[in-house]
Design a protein around this ligand. Structure first.
Ligand code: NAP
Length: 214
């Protein structure tokens, strides 16, 4: 597949690198440093290049949206017409200092995103994992037991694409249901982040995330 990465930092940088190594054609975009995108593309050691958001979107079979919530409108504007595109979003509706969700309970970031791009097909995925685990999960992908990753969306074809990308990273995809399920996965993510960043003395879940690659 051709995959456009909108937002190439912790999540976009790592997932794009993994998908390039898994054989996909990847375009990294949206950074304040063009050289950073070029370096990501070089280091990916696969079919990868740097581009603008509109170049990333143009021929993409699927787009990964991985920007801070405050940048969503800007990156969508730069990407241009996304009619018919599959958008896999890991972006969480966080406030400016990342201490709380700005949308929750009766809606979700994923649903609000779908309203912003009504002609695109949005799948919510990867938001539930800390970026730190991604390379370890990829390295361990041939092991018998794989960690699960929940995704949700309203369009069956797009969900198939997302499930394949989830498998490529090394997770076992778990269909969580329609997009509104993101109302529950997004707050859950804050719990996971809290546990993951508590460090070695933290609860068992954080311990398991950190030790996954060992
Ligand atoms: N990090 C995690 O572990 C994690 C886990 C789950 C979900 N998420 C969610 O995933 C999303 C992405 O998080 P992230 O930590 O990967 O990255 P991020 O800090 O949100 O940055 C994403 C990208 O936006 C770019 N950017 C920011 N301001 C810009 C501007 N004015 N012009 C152009 N580009 C700009 C950054 O470019 P620069 O290269 O210039 O910084 C970067 O490539 C967020 O919504 C987050 O809540 C993150």
């Amino acid at each position: 597949m051709q995959i456009g990465i909108l937002g190439s930092r912790l999540m976009g940088g790592k997932l794009g690198t993994i998908w390039a190594r898994a054989g996909h054609e990847v375009v990294f975009s949206y950074s304040r440093g063009k050289e950073k995108l070029n370096k990501l593309a070089r280091d990916a050691r696969g079919k990868a290049r740097a581009g603008t958001p509109s170049e990333a979107a143009k021929d993409a079979d699927v787009l990964l949206l991985a920007v801070h919530w405050s940048r969503i409108d800007d990156v969508l504007k730069q990407a241009g017409d996304l009619s018919g595109k599959v958008i896999v979003s890991c972006s969480l509706p966080m406030n400016a200092d990342d201490t709380d969700l700005v949308i929750a309970h009766t809606s979700s970031g994923a649903e609000e995103l779908a309203k912003k791009v009504p002609k695109a097909r949005v799948v919510s995925a990867f938001g539930t994992v800390p970026s730190e685990v991604l390379f370890d999960v990829f390295e361990s992908r041939r092991k018998a037991t794989r960690p699960s990753l929940v995704y949700c969306g309203d369009d069956p074809k797009s969900k198939k694409v997302a499930a394949e990308l989830i498998r490529n990273v090394g997770f076992d995809p778990v269909d969580g249901g329609p997009l509104r399920i993101a109302r529950y996965t997004e707050p859950f993510t804050l719990l996971i982040a809290q546990l993951a960043y508590e460090g070695k003395g933290g609860p068992r879940l954080a311990y398991r995330f950190e030790r996954f690659g060992e």
